[in-house]
Design a protein around this ligand. Structure first.
Ligand SMILES: Cc1cc2nc3c(=O)[nH]c(=O)nc-3n(C[C@H](O)[C@H](O)[C@H](O)COP(=O)(O)OP(=O)(O)OC[C@H]3O[C@@H](n4cnc5c(N)ncnc54)[C@H](O)[C@@H]3O)c2cc1C
Length: 288
């Protein structure tokens, strides 16, 4: 099913994001996670596109298996990193042949060790170019990424929103946000996007904190701010992972309650391939 149609039917649409593991054991564990989360009847799941190496073809294999064998609508992420238009066309043909209907069109980050983004020869500079390329030749439903606190490379909010509008004009039908910990950032961003004429669903991306090391690394990589109130709570609970996870679940649950009350089109959970935190949050939001 096309994900945009699912949002159009009315929400909230709950979705889960996974990444392709690097090992056999990782795959076994991921399939257990998917089996647990499938019981929550997600609207769709998505599988990230690796920054390089062997996990790339695994995205195609994983979405195909999830969609065909497990029967959940699965979206493939796809980035422009290290790929020419011809390379990307080969991947898109494979996805279409496998019956995948949804693609998250992304630029991606510069390869490890590089700071500035440079497209490869015959490749694309921005996600909007990838979206336009896909729209011209395939009939995938397209999603895109957006950043409530501004993409770190963008010189200003205005420039970032201008680029976002181009992405939507190029054919992106819904947007999923970067993770954020302060709903105020999301609400202000949505108002600004609407003010720029962006009318597609803007779905909040939620990442429950599972450990201090993990959240500090992810916050610094993604550019998401840890608000002072959360920072104070983190300091209070200390380094114990179990206590941090409890705090993470409480914080994300409160965020989600407020977002649902505000009528968001859906909730997209960055699961980190683990089910317990997401299941607990889902359980308090949608008690059986
Ligand atoms: C929901 C979500 C899922 C993600 N999944 C993955 C994944 O699977 N694999 C992965 O490697 N990364 C993933 N990322 C990270 C993402 O690839 C990076 O954040 C990357 O730096 C930007 O990608 P983008 O698609 O947002 O790029 P773009 O939309 O191209 O934006 C990148 C920068 O370029 C600017 N820009 C865009 N268009 C123009 C233009 N026409 N002119 C001038 N400036 C412009 C923007 O303002 C921004 O600063 C994900 C991010 C999110 C939020």
């Amino acid at each position: 099913m096309r994900i945009a149609d699912r949002y159009a039917r009315g929400g909230p649409v709950v979705s889960f994001e996974f990444f392709p593991p690097k090992t056999e054991a990782g795959f076994r564990s991921l399939y257990r996670t998917i089996a647990e989360l499938e019981k929550l009847r997600p609207g769709f799941v998505s599988v990230t596109w690796g920054a390089g190496g062997s996990t790339r073809s695994q995205t195609v294999e994983l979405v195909t298996r999830i969609e065909r064998e497990i029967g959940i609508t699965a979206m493939a992420h796809l980035t422009c990193v290290g790929a020419s238009a011809e390379d990307l066309a080969g991947i898109l043909d494979r996805l279409a042949e496998a019956g995948i209907e949804n693609v998250l069109a992304l630029r991606g980050d510069p390869p490890r060790g590089e700071t500035d983004w440079r497209p490869v020869a015959g490749g694309f500079s921005h996600a909007s170019e990838l979206a336009g390329f896909i729209r011209g030749r395939w009939s995938f439903c397209l999603g895109g990424a957006c950043y409530p606190e501004k993409h770190p490379d963008a010189p200003s909010f205005e420039a970032d929103l201008d680029a976002l509008r181009r992405k939507v004009d190029a054919g992106v039908e819904f947007l999923i946000t970067n993770l954020f910990f302060d709903n105020g950032d999301y609400f202000r961003f949505v108002d600004r996007a609407h003010g720029c004429g962006i009318g597609v669903p803007i779905v909040p991306g939620i990442m429950p904190i599972v450990s201090v090391a993990n959240i500090r690394r992810i916050a610094s990589l993604s550019g998401a701010r840890i608000p002072p109130a959360l920072e104070a709570e983190l300091v209070k609970v200390g380094p114990d992972d179990a206590s941090v996870m409890e705090l993470g679940i409480d914080w994300a649950t409160e965020q989600c309650h407020e977002l649902l009350e505000a009528g968001v089109p859906g909730l997209h959970f960055y699961t980190l391939n683990q089910s317990p935190a997401t299941r607990r949050i889902h359980g308090s939001l949608f008690p059986a």
